[in-house]
Design a protein around this ligand. Structure first.
Ligand code: ADP
Length: 167
């Protein structure tokens, strides 16, 4: 049987913490689907297409691929023939929310198991939200996101500034 795992998230944008979790899962499972959740945040920095493209470019392992999904995660997992949902845990603060989700998902679909992984310590404080905040305020995010992501963020902010000037 193919051991297939789904790693869901918003990935707005993908960080080294996410990539670390993808690499670890790819070692544990035959196939990993990095699933980008559609339409959660009303004001994402990157469109779904942009996020998918950046993940594709940064993908560290041959047995991991990217996809998008909407609706209930467990429905998507069953549809994809995945037995496992992978989530990353950073600080204790992630735990409560993740526990609620995992138990609700188990209730909805007992056949799908949630597995928690820890990224390398160096990335344990990283979140996409923090990356965006630091970047917008002019701080360096080098080494915390793939180079392409940093480049795209620069272009995005330049574009927004240009737009504001034209208004
Ligand atoms: P974020 O929380 O960074 O905005 P997502 O919602 O896209 O990102 O997160 C998808 C999954 O990846 C979640 O399970 C989240 O806890 C996990 N994750 C994100 N960043 C890290 C990290 N630096 N280390 C471990 N897990 C992480």
């Amino acid at each position: 049987m193919t051991r297939r795992a789904i790693y869901p998230g918003s990935f707005d944008p993908i960080t080294m913490g996410h990539l670390d979790i993808i690499e670890r899962s790819a070692k544990l499972f035959d196939e990993v689907i990095v699933a980008v959740l559609l339409n959660v945040d009303k004001h994402p920095m990157f469109s779904t297409e942009e996020r998918v493209e950046m993940i594709e470019q940064a993908m560290p392992c041959g047995n991991a691929r990217v996809a998008t999904f909407e609706g209930l995660l467990v429905h998507y997992a069953v549809e994809q023939g995945a037995q496992v949902i992978v989530r990353g845990i950073r600080a204790v603060s992630d735990y409560e929310y993740e526990l609620q989700m995992a138990l609700m998902n188990r209730r909805l679909e007992p056949a799908v198991e949630t597995v928690f992984l820890m990224a390398a310590e160096a990335y344990s404080y990283l979140s996409s939200r923090l990356i965006k905040e630091v970047f917008k305020l002019g701080g360096s995010i080098t080494g915390l996101v793939p180079e392409l992501v940093e480049q795209r963020m620069r272009e995005k902010v330049k574009g927004q500034k240009g737009e504001r000037k034209r208004r």
